[in-house]
Design a protein around this ligand. Structure first.
Ligand SMILES: N[C@@H](CCC(=O)N[C@@H](CS)C(=O)NCC(=O)O)C(=O)O
Length: 277
């Protein structure tokens, strides 16, 4: 780990993604704004613990689910790139989110959202009807398989032609999802937030907070189905309560926007053409 002098003479530890340059922004290590208030309100010891990193969209999914269901839980911030033992004990791959429930632990955001559903406590996110449940899982798969990799490909692309190509790709994958959504909405299945909304919400938040400043991603055209969905997601209480201030996202994603070495397993997977880690 390299260090740099600061104005008050103290040594400040740099992160590997900064490449020894203290002017480079790096990921935040504590939530801010509404998310910090929520983290503080859930800092007491609890049997159900979410290990997360404040900038991480996969963590954001599970955090939104916990808030939607109003479950009792503890939020524990971890520096995912320094891989604390308490994280590795649950997930040997060292990725967040990880959940501990009593002496049992598990990981993978979609699996964790399913686990919280299976507890049958609080407000459900999956509908009761088996066909609608399958429909929700099918479109969650589309988000994981197509939309998220396209988001990172676009954000990491440095070449302008590639950026145009990947922006189109992302737009098409999102359009497919919007065409499939309930026509009246405003959420995916109608007038209530459900599984697919939560799967997609962290990236909807990051389209405006990350892709817009770094790549010029446009705000939704007014009076479209996409606009009403984005607005419903951004205004949903569980989303607002788990979202930090804009600066956190701007800083935390600079390393992706510059495609810097030592950024993350997600960056490596996308650069080498693999699916998500
Ligand atoms: N497929 C995983 C992806 C989780 C993931 O990639 N998390 C990132 C943070 S956003 C991480 O833990 N990175 C650690 C690393 O790159 O070493 C999920 O859905 O939970």
């Amino acid at each position: 780990m390299s260090t740099n002098g600061t104005s008050n003479g103290q040594k400040k530890e740099l992160d590997p993604n900064q490449g020894g340059d203290s002017t480079k922004k790096t990921y935040h290590k504590q939530p801010t704004g509404e998310a910090l208030k929520t983290a503080n309100a859930h800092s007491a010891e609890n049997d159900l613990k979410l290990y997360g990193s404040c900038f991480c969209p996969f963590v954001h999914r599970v955090w939104i689910s916990l808030e939607h269901k109003r479950l009792d839980y503890q939020y524990v911030e971890v520096d995912v790139y320094r891989k604390p033992k308490l994280l590795l004990d649950i997930n040997p791959r060292g990725l967040v989110p990880a959940l501990r429930h009593g002496n049992w632990g598990c990981y993978e955001s979609t699996v964790l959202m399913e686990y919280l559903e299976d507890l049958n406590k609080g407000e459900p996110l999956l509908p009761k009807d088996p066909k609608l449940r399958a429909h929700s899982r099918l479109w969650s798969d589309h988000i994981n398989r197509n939309i998220i990799p396209a988001f990172y490909r676009y954000l990491q692309a440095q070449d302008q032609n590639d950026q145009v190509k990947f922006a189109d790709e992302l737009r098409e994958h999102i359009a497919k999802l919007v065409e499939t959504a309930d026509p009246a909405g405003p959420f995916f299945l109608g007038d209530y937030m459900s599984f697919v909304d939560v799967q997609m919400a962290p990236w909807i938040v990051r389209l405006r907070k990350v892709l817009k400043p770094y790549r010029g991603w446009p705000d939704p055209e007014p009076n479209t189905r996409w606009a009403s969905w984005v607005q419903a997601i951004e205004n949903a209480e569980p989303v607002k309560k788990t979202t930090s201030d804009d600066e956190l996202y701007l800083d935390s994603y600079e390393r992706y926007a510059e495609n810097r070495p030592n950024t993350s397993a997600v960056r490596e997977a996308i650069n080498s053409g693999r699916g998500l880690p």
